[in-house]
Design a protein around this ligand. Sequence first.
Ligand SMILES: Cc1ncc(COP(=O)(O)O)c(C=O)c1O
Length: 411
Amino acid sequence: MSPSFTKSHELFARAARVMPQGIYGHFTPVFTVPGSYPYFMERARGSHFWDVDGNEYIDYLCAYGPMILGYANDKVDDAYRRQAGLGSCCSIATRLSVDLAERVTSTIDGADWVMFAKNGADVTSMALMLARGYRKRAKIVLAEEGYHGTQAWAGTSTVGITPADRADILMVPWGDLDALRETVAAWKGQIAGAMFTPYHHPVFADQKLPGPSFWAEVRKLCDENGIVLIIDDVRAGWRLDLKGSAHHFGFRPDMACYSKGMANGYAISMLVGAEKLRVTASKAYMTGSFWMNAPEMAVALVCLDEMERMNVAGVVRELGEALTRGLRELSEAHGLKVSITGPAALPFMKFANETNFLRSQLFCGECAGRGVFFHPHHNWFLSAAHTKEDIAKTLEAADAGFRAVKERFGD
Ligand SMILES: Cc1ncc(COP(=O)(O)O)c(C=O)c1O
């Protein structure tokens, strides 16, 4: 039986009158398969959420990454409530900022200092400013199809963006060392920094992992040319290695950006950096009304402890391996070709023989109708709250999804 979305649709009609698009940004239902997905959630616990019509889902989006220990995690939420009772936003900083900074600098490989903020976009922007301030150069290298937020320099939107906003941004394909070398040579002495994600996680396309010598070569090129190497670990951070994704891939950036899983859904982000950038970071005036809020810091401390205690990176990798192995076996049994790319803890699946995503949409729509929430065009996320039973139920739904694709498309 198909789920009912009556309440979701009623709410959406109200939302559309008072908010642009009704639901905007990455929460927009535009990606979904019409009639297969809810628009509004009611509650969430563990790896599951329930929509406003009472339909239940095993969630493989994890709020697009932040949920890493499970929704409504008691330890996390107790830490928040406890600190909220003592104070949140105050006129001076709290000792929690010091406790958390000490914890972070002793955990993240190469982090000599840290600055806290709220969103991933806050810290990716800070990183570019500090690289420019440190090197006294303007140009920044980014990867094509990389995502660092919706700021004007990031090139995500076209509305209201002027050529000047991106005049100093140079683009290279992610992982293309020759293109990077050519760009560095062409703009010799003018590039302040290069910011990349630790592996390539574009939307609509296969993810790419770095080759064995890739990061060592990038590090060398940056050092030879005085370029500040920045890693945007906002999405992947904490799911590959507690010490940072750069540590996982065996290199040290000059700065790295974190958020998402850092506080299991509470709003906090951070920029960590190497000693050589400390003075520049001290001179820069960077702040926000809510950046020192205490409850999120209390949560981040608990979250770091929990991630370490539970070996979350290992847990999500194993769960991801079980899921992706099952999906590969099922697709093969149905005579379908899929490509599943990226780390097992953040996998992306597409049908290998299509470019229009109609198969993915049908597959994900069928899974959603059976209580499994996948995104057809974006990578998925595993959390420490997913269970073997979740994976088994998910594979049952996926079996039906693959069957529907086979019946509709034949291959
Ligand atoms: C790699 C990466 N960088 C930066 C951001 C921006 O983070 P935020 O949405 O918290 O501003 C995101 C968000 O998805 C991201 O995936």
